[in-house]
Design a protein around this ligand. Structure first.
Ligand SMILES: *Cc1c(COP(=O)(O)O)cnc(C)c1O
Length: 464
């Protein structure tokens, strides 16, 4: 048995490894490769991980392979594109909406050179970044003015901090929702400096519940779209128009956090009904907030739309600067809103709507094409069965409605849960990771969102 000291002496020098790796230096540059070699050698020295190295030659080979692996690993990066076969179309953890081609082109153009982001080309003076989208938002939702911030959470925060700081805001107990774990209405209200006054009960809230708590310190009335759940049975909520009437009788603004930001009539696309921003405005909302990357199908942002006087106050809040959107997001949003100006073509141009309205027959036909290579790649450990399934819209839109869809139910031949977990893990390790869903003792793939079919099939033979 050789001593560890002896083995350490067998470790090649940095220079020796560099001489062995011209192909890596060619690709990654000398500084990067040298740094990785130093790191790997140091790691070996600390861990004494040389137990399987028997001589200098194999030690050199070992180090080179470690350096290679490390560089490759870095190149992949941690943020990668995946196949979302979970059945949830707007999956928050998987990045929600995919952008249309027009938006991608605009992001590229605006990102790579200076632009008139905040510059008025007519006057040659300082301009306003909201100007690029404000008129389109107004036309699509029937409001007087609009501004855009980082996301809908920021929109709610900014509205409340501007209009209700150090004041009271009554909200129904049935609307104190949590969205995606980190957005909770009570916590956002606290962060914005306003006091939440809970009214009514979880299942029933009446107009008089609001009426009873309004006092001189009430700043506004607010309604939160209960996006990700539905209360059924013995329930009562106050209609938007009634709440607007009450607010206006007391000279208070009426704010609606509408969540998903739907700008079109879903029944035109044979989709379940979802209230639109324009309806909220017609019902008397003075301010409506919504996300850009939910049903709207755009980039992550939060739109605040409403009365000019209120929007002006909101834009003058110093927090606006901290919450504003950047030029790439704005470029994408401009293009997405432009698509909305031709609603009849929207389902062909906007990926979110295209996926939501994808005909079942087309998904079935795709399943027939994917079935043979998938079954072959998974045999004999797993059995693949074509299966009807139901997609969800996700991200708090249409929480209880589902869209009939099609995909695969996959069982382990030994019927073990461990087998399913191993399969899910192998799918996640593919070059373009595949994300499915384990449910009721099976692994499900919903093909509604499968876009790059050729790539999906081609990588199946790399399943471990
Ligand atoms: C999704 C949602 C939010 C949070 O929006 P983000 O854009 O994720 O910040 C806030 N309120 C409601 C009602 C929502 O549905």
């Amino acid at each position: 048995m050789r001593s560890d000291k002896r083995r350490l002496r067998d470790l090649p020098s940095v220079d020796r490894v560099i001489r062995e790796t011209p192909h890596l230096i060619e690709r990654w540059g000398a500084e990067r490769v040298t740094a990785v070699i130093r790191n790997e050698l140091e790691r070996i020295r600390q861990n004494m991980a040389l137990s399987d190295i028997i001589d200098k030659a194999s030690s050199l080979k070992h180090v080179v392979s470690l350096v290679e692996a490390e560089l490759e690993n870095d190149a992949t990066g941690s943020l990668v594109s995946v196949f979302n076969l979970t059945g949830t179309v707007l999956h928050t953890n998987l990045g929600r909406a995919s952008l249309p081609r027009e938006a991608l082109a605009a992001v590229l153009a605006i990102a790579q050179s200076p632009s008139n982001l905040e510059y008025d080309l007519q006057t040659g003076k300082r301009g306003d970044r909201d100007r690029h989208v404000e008129r389109m938002i107004c036309a699509l939702s029937g409001v007087e003015a609009a501004t855009v911030v980082n996301n809908n959470a920021a929109a709610v925060l900014l509205v409340l901090n501007t209009l209700a700081n150090n004041a009271e805001v009554p909200v129904s107990r049935g609307e104190l929702v949590e969205i995606g774990g980190s957005f909770r209405i009570p916590e956002i209200m606290q962060s914005s400096g306003c006091a939440l006054i809970e009214v009514g009960t979880t299942n029933r809230t009446h107009l008089k519940d609001y009426e009873n708590v309004i006092n001189d310190n009430t700043a506004l009335l607010m309604k939160v779209h209960a996006s990700n759940y539905q209360i059924r049975g013995f329930t009562h909520a106050v209609a938007e128009s009634d709440l607007a009437g009450l607010a206006h009788r007391h000279g208070l603004p009426f704010v609606i956090d509408s969540g998903s930001g739907n700008l079109i009539d879903f029944s035109d696309f044979d989709l379940p009904d979802e209230p639109t921003v324009a309806q909220a405005v017609r019902n008397g909302a003075d301010i409506v907030t919504f996300s850009g990357d939910k049903l709207l199908g755009g980039p992550q942002c939060g739109v605040i739309a409403g009365k000019q006087a209120l929007i002006t106050r909101i834009k003058n809040n110093p927090l606006k600067r901290a919450l504003r959107i950047d030029k790439m997001v704005l470029a994408a949003l401009v293009e997405v809103l432009k698509l909305y100006q031709s609603p009849s073509r929207l389902a062909m141009r906007l990926p979110t709507l295209e996926v939501l309205t994808r005909p079942l027959a087309e998904i079935r036909a795709q399943a027939e094409r994917v079935m043979p290579p998938l079954a072959k790649a998974l045999a004999p450990r797993y059995k693949v069965t074509p299966a009807e399934c139901h997609s969800q819209v996700g991200s708090g839109a249409l929480p209880v409605e589902t869209l009939p869809s099609f995909g695969f139910r996959i069982n382990a031949a030994d019927n073990s849960d461990q087998g399913l977990r191993q399969l899910a893990a192998s799918m996640r390790r593919l070059p373009v990771p595949v994300i499915g869903r384990i449910n009721n003792g099976a692994y499900f793939l919903d093909l509604r969102c499968l876009d790059r079919e050729g790539d999906f099939i081609a990588q199946l033979d790399r399943l471990e």
